[in-house]
Structures are given as structure tokens and as C-alpha cells.
Design a binder for this molecule. Structure first.
Ligand SMILES: Cc1cc2nc3c(=O)[nH]c(=O)nc-3n(C[C@H](O)[C@H](O)[C@H](O)COP(=O)(O)O)c2cc1C
Length: 186
């Protein structure tokens, strides 16, 4: 296999290559108010307990809603919801009821007060379990305490942000390399 020809690349833009986990919608509730934000910067941190690290910018209305209620739901939208995902990311819950404006259905969770978004493929109810990195990095360490996942399709068409207004839509799956895996890594 031949080596790639490369050029210098701005370090501030390398996120374009690292970001493409699915874009998620994070819903929250506090003092009778609900909200939704669009999020691309998240990472799995542990299997058991099921930990996810999320970057929430301090200027976002969701920042205090999640920090103070210590709860949220990570919802996984599919490609049909892309216009709403962008609209939710373009607006702030300070001025808008995003469930009403974007025609999304809030369903109660079982473990947290934050609502699930019914139109999303999966909903992960989360509790804030470590707030120590919020001040320095705006990093919320969340534990998924309950997960609701659609029965089909098995592989949803999720959207993955590549920066500069470009989404990659998940497509082809391959099990071709599965036999080479160490079982513990599956
Ligand atoms: C594709 C996309 C990805 C985004 N990723 C993040 C993110 O990872 N963290 C974040 O704080 N804001 C992110 N944003 C911006 C927020 O969604 C946006 O600021 C939103 O309006 C916040 O809503 P709120 O003020 O109601 O909380 C993203 C926006 C878009 C469109």
C-alpha cells in the first residue's frame, strides 16, 4: 500500500478528522423548563459504569441546566432529522422552547427528569457523576443509567459532522475483519 503525500495542516482544524462520532441531541430539564442542544464533541470513557465525556460550551443555555440538574439525556438522531439538528444547534433555549419549535415529542424517562426525544433512534438517560473537569475544560463526565434503543433498523443512518457544514451519513457496514479481533476487543 502506498504512503500518502501530505502537507502541513492547521492544528485547530484536525477536529474534522476526529469528530465523526454521531451527532447527538442532548435534552435537559430544570425548574419546569426543558431544552435541547446539538452536540458533536463526546467520547466513551468506560464500559462499566457506562461513562461518556461531553463538551458543553459554558455560553450554552444547556450548560447550567445540565450542571445544576446533574442530569440529561443523550439522544441519537438519524438523517431525516438533520434540518432540525442544525436548527437546534443554531438557536438557544434561552429564547426558544425547542421541543415546540422543532415539533419534537418529549417523553418521560425512568431514571432522570430530563425528557427523551421520541423521534430519535436511541435515548440514553445520564447522570452527571464527575463535575471536576467542567470549570477547566467544560467536560461533563456522565454515566448512562438507562438506555432505550429502537428495535430496528439494526444500523441506523446516523449523521457525523466533518466541520464546515458537511455531514457524513453512516452507510456501508462490513464484518469482514471481525475474525481478526481479539474477543475482548469486540
Ligand atoms: C453540528 C453541531 C455540533 C455541535 N457540537 C457542539 C458541542 O459538541 N458542544 C457544544 O457545547 N455545542 C455544540 N454545538 C453548538 C450548540 O448546539 C449550540 O450552541 C446550541 O445552540 C446550544 O443550545 P442552548 O443554548 O439552548 O443550550 C454544535 C452545533 C452543531 C450545529
Amino acid at each position: 500500500m502506498k504512503a500518502y503525500t501530505k502537507q502541513d495542516f492547521p492544528v485547530a482544524d484536525i477536529r474534522r478528522f476526529l469528530e465523526p462520532g454521531p451527532i447527538v441531541l442532548v435534552s435537559s430539564a430544570r425548574n419546569g423548563e426543558t431544552n435541547i442542544m446539538t452536540m458533536g464533541w463526546h467520547m466513551v470513557m468506560e464500559f462499566v459504569p457506562s461513562l461518556v465525556g461531553c463538551y458543553v460550551w459554558s455560553e450554552n443555555h444547556s450548560f447550567d441546566m445540565i450542571r445544576k440538574s446533574k442530569e440529561c439525556v443523550i439522544n441519537i438522531p438519524t438523517v431525516e432529522l438533520t434540518p432540525k439538528v442544525v436548527g437546534i444547534g443554531n438557536s438557544s433555549g434561552r429564547e426558544t422552547d425547542k421541543f415546540a419549535r422543532f415539533g419534537l415529542t418529549a417523553r418521560p424517562g425512568t431514571e432522570v427528569k430530563a425528557p427523551l426525544i421520541a423521534e430519535c433512534y436511541a435515548n440514553f438517560e445520564c447522570r452527571l457523576v464527575d463535575a471536576s473537569l467542567i470549570r477547566k475544560y467544560s467536560l461533563f463526565v456522565l454515566e448512562v443509567v438507562k438506555a432505550h434503543v429502537a428495535t430496528s433498523p439494526r444500523y441506523p443512518r446516523t449523521i457525523h459532522y466533518r466541520g464546515d457544514g458537511v455531514f457524513m451519513i453512516s452507510g456501508t457496514n462490513s464484518s469482514r475483519y471481525r475474525k481478526h479481533f481479539r474477543p475482548g476487543n469486540l
